[in-house]
Ligand binder design. Structure first.
Ligand SMILES: Nc1nc2c(ncn2[C@@H]2O[C@H](COP(=O)(O)OP(=O)(O)OP(=O)(O)O)[C@@H](O)[C@H]2O)c(=O)[nH]1
Ligand SMILES: [Mg+2]
Length: 257
């Protein structure tokens, strides 16, 4: 992947000692020239130590450590703030559990040539989910039906955690002022991008369920996603101009695909 653009992948970690080294290796091999920032919330399993021990640490791989577990959203805000501070042109986000295919990073970054936000999507033609049980599939599909119905988003994978943003997109959506702690963070940024009329493109990926470590998905995190989605819809209703045809016209101007 040759380019003058400076590209960064932000990877939040909590208790990912079983996979972090393999993820770093995969990113560096599959997306040469890209830098990586791991944001670790002081994982007791020594994840940060493994990052420091990686041969690329201090060069292509950087580590940001935080005091303790403070949620996915806060970790990403810290990572994106660092990326903006360091003047990266394009910033991707990715999980540390080998669920996201590093080999699709070049496609995600390439999609930013014609888009502001690229979403690694399970739910467009060519996208897939591997190894998930029926209950996780149902939760994810149901969550997307809910978000699309409530917020009227045209993006198919609203809960995707594998995405890339132009620097200008991160600034336009004011990502550092996002509110969500958990999963809702993914929905929030895609929603903010659509509301600001940014160009969003979905790039098909295959998502593979984690085989080691443990999921941080929980009842409160799912409830936050449901509740905040409703809250954003209500806020949108309150701020929408009174005439419905006008509102329709505004929506049609959004340049998403
Ligand atoms: N720094 C930090 N990272 C977190 C936190 N919660 C989750 N993560 C990381 O965010 C990524 C996504 O979390 P997962 O537990 O894989 O969530 P998930 O993908 O919904 O759950 P599974 O599908 O079961 O893997 C992983 O890299 C986690 O280590 C947190 O509080 N702080
Ligand atoms: Mg995961």
């Amino acid at each position: 992947m040759s380019s003058d653009l400076r590209r960064l992948v932000v990877i939040p970690t909590y208790q990912e000692a079983g996979t972090i080294t393999a993820v770093l290796d995969a990113v560096l091999i599959q997306a040469p020239g890209v830098d990586v920032l791991v944001v670790d919330d002081n994982s007791p399993d020594g994840t940060a130590g493994l990052v420091r021990a990686h041969p690329a640490h201090g060069a292509a791989v950087q580590l940001l450590t935080r005091r303790g577990k403070d949620g996915l959203g806060a970790a990403y805000r810290a990572g994106f703030a660092w990326a903006l501070d360091e003047d990266y042109h394009q910033v991707a986000q990715m999980d540390a559990d080998l669920s996201h295919p590093a080999e699709r990073l070049p496609a995600l970054f390439a999609a930013l040539e014609d888009a502001d936000v690229a979403v690694g999507s399970r739910y467009v033609p060519g996208g897939a989910v591997s190894n998930w049980g029926w209950h996780r599939r149902l939760l994810s599909r149901g969550g997307n039906v809910y978000v699309r119905a409530v917020l009227g988003t045209r993006v198919r994978d609203n809960t995707a955690g594998f995405k890339a943003f132009r620097r200008e997109a991160l600034l336009a959506i004011d990502v550092l002022a996002s509110e969500s702690s958990g999963y809702a963070f993914q929905i929030e940024n895609t929603w903010r991008a659509q509301r600001r009329g940014l160009r969003i493109v979905e790039v098909p990926i295959t998502f593979t369920d984690r085989t080691t470590g443990s999921s941080k998905m929980s009842g409160p995190i799912a409830r936050e996603a449901l509740g905040r989605t409703l809250h954003w819809w209500l806020a949108e209703l309150r701020h929408r101009p009174p005439s419905t045809p006008g509102a329709r016209r505004d929506r049609s101007l959004l340049n998403t695909r």
